[in-house]
Design a protein around this ligand. Sequence first.
Ligand code: FVH
Length: 296
Amino acid sequence: MNNTPHAPVTVIGLGLMGQALAGAFLKAGHPTTVWNRTPAKAAPLVAAGARSAPTLGDALAASPLTIVCLTDYDAVYELLGANGVEPDPTTPIDTTLINLTSGSAGQAREAAEWAERRGARYLDGAIMAIPSGIGTAEAVILHSGPEQVFADHASTLGALGTITHLGADPGLASLYDVAGLAMMWSVLNAWLQGTALLAKAGVDAVTYAPFARQIAAGVADWLPGYAEQIDKGSFPAEVAALETDARAMEHLIEESEAMGVNAELPRLIKAMADRAIAAGHGGEQYPVLIEEFGKP
Ligand code: FVH
């Protein structure tokens, strides 16, 4: 019954994201059972053809595949009775739990061990999309845990968006999630730094945005080559030496200070470069800074 176009699925948690997940399964033709702590949130999904489970146990028993999407892992444990107290082993959870709740890699690994104790198959996941994107190819959903569990339900999970299995370590999806957030916030902060600088010279954000977008896209194109340098541990300066970058970083600090713009971020950028230069890497290319981030 798994992996068929009409494999039944249960969704536990009908918040903004859970509603979108259940809606996408319904739209794809999967018999969908839903459960939420606040039952009223099931109403629009029932109107769209979902079945509202009267109890959590009924929801878990309704489908071979159960998607859990709650606020955090504490909520998952509070709800599914795994709050550190060994649950009654005679009541196995006979379903595949796919946890799309945000959390840390440690929480994901702990949840995988807990699920095994409860007799459930487990896959962790991270949603790199907003609710309105669910059900489209733009919704990237990352999974980690046993590859067979992913394979057994890939067709059904595909109703949510573009799915990827990262590896057997249940913590991988969460790590990719936070790594992606680091990228997102860093790019946004860099854009805000430039926007603030140019605003002081009367250039509005809308005027600067296309230029910023072009710069971001250009830097993104460097990543595959820089990644090879990191994996090889060799950073020949084919584009520019770190010392050259550091001089331009000083210009950014001076301009920010002169224009009355916050220079904390530029100072942090230069401080990391200065440490790498002091360690003898001034003649190497920018990705040599990976050592400042902790990679040996
Ligand atoms: N919304 C988004 O764009 C982001 C995109 C990336 C991934 N996140 C993560 O998805 C999880 C759920 O997020 P959400 O936006 O759906 O959150 P809420 O709308 O606040 O819904 C929370 C649901 O969790 C239920 N809940 C909370 N605590 C408990 C509990 N102790 N026991 C049972 N259920 C609980 C809550 O129930 P209720 O308040 O409706 O009764 C909602 O169903 C989250 O990890 C995001 O980081 C979304």
